[in-house]
Design a protein. Sequence first.
Length: 377
Amino acid sequence: MQNKRIPLATPTMHEGEMGYIKEAFDKNWIAPLGFNCDGFEQEMVDYLGGESPVHALALSSGTAALHLAIKLAGVKPGDVVLCSDMTFVASVNPIVYEGATPVFIDSERETWNMDPVALEKAFAKYPQAKAVLLVHLYGTPAKMDEIEEICQKHEAVLIEDAAEALAATYKGKQCGTFGQYSALSFNGNKLITTSGGGMLLTKEAEARSKALFWATQAKEPVLWYEHKEVGYNYRMSNVVAGIGRGQLLHVEEHKEKKRAIYQRYAEGLVGCPGEMNPYLPETDPNFWLSCFLLDEDCGVTPMEIIDRLNEANIEARPIWNPMNKQEAFAGCDYVTTGDVSVGDDIFARGLCLPSDIKMTPEEQARVIAVIRSCFEE
Ligand SMILES: Cc1ncc(COP(=O)(O)O)c(C=O)c1O
């Protein structure tokens, strides 16, 4: 009999979610917007708290949040947006929706996120760049002090893609509260989920209002359906927001379980030729996905390990394939600091390990044993 499947990351539900959903049913509030959306937004604002309070808008996806962030940043056709290269394609697509041009910025090795040195180099080439779209990869905070300073110096709008980084902090400050506009995702595999959904975070209340207007088909506030701008149907449903409220109560617990998974890999893979995905000591990642970077010339490729795990009914994945290598963005510039692309190198040597918080230590020991066996021949 085959072993039980160990997935990469699946939703983990609790009892509270159904209570919020039931209330929506009981009140027949089965619609976009509504009390669960309001509650979810306020509870997220309270959770993120801190010195830089944000305004939150619940939306249908993280991609929708990024799209509205790009629009709020005033990005227009022909503008340049400097964007993290190693990320999921959802970070980049909204730049193109607005007719702007992404320029990809290579990663540094200490967090795998946007390299501030490469960013500065990109501004030398594109001084007119309108915005910087920064991703915190796999829940690991980027080098925020440096990135913020560079954005301020060049008067570029900082957009934070914190889709993978809810609850991760940099010097005690929550990811998602650095950018002028930031996006969270509640896609099924994220730290907390609403099945599908996202949230836009803004520093100013007016920006949130404008985004809500666009997300509601840009309907003018009159009864007779008047539209002066093109809008979108991007709002979150009141039912779905109920899931988010129930999930948010467990966000810290999910993060601690992710951390324990990362630590067990770090200990269990000692002696294997490679290292865990790195982070800065002044940061507290959410450890959304644990990753492993193989040593150069160790004789084993990430795909060999992924295949071997798959044979054992265990799901693992390659690292995000960098954007500079995607045909969809052929012709877009890519800025690195040296001869070697750090992102391409991490992609060639890295893999994402199962990080499902329902995975037991015994199941994780199974994963570790299969990985170790790959180096034993
Ligand atoms: C880095 C990153 N950005 C954006 C998104 C888009 O979020 P969504 O799937 O909610 O549209 C995701 C996840 O899916 C992501 O991982």
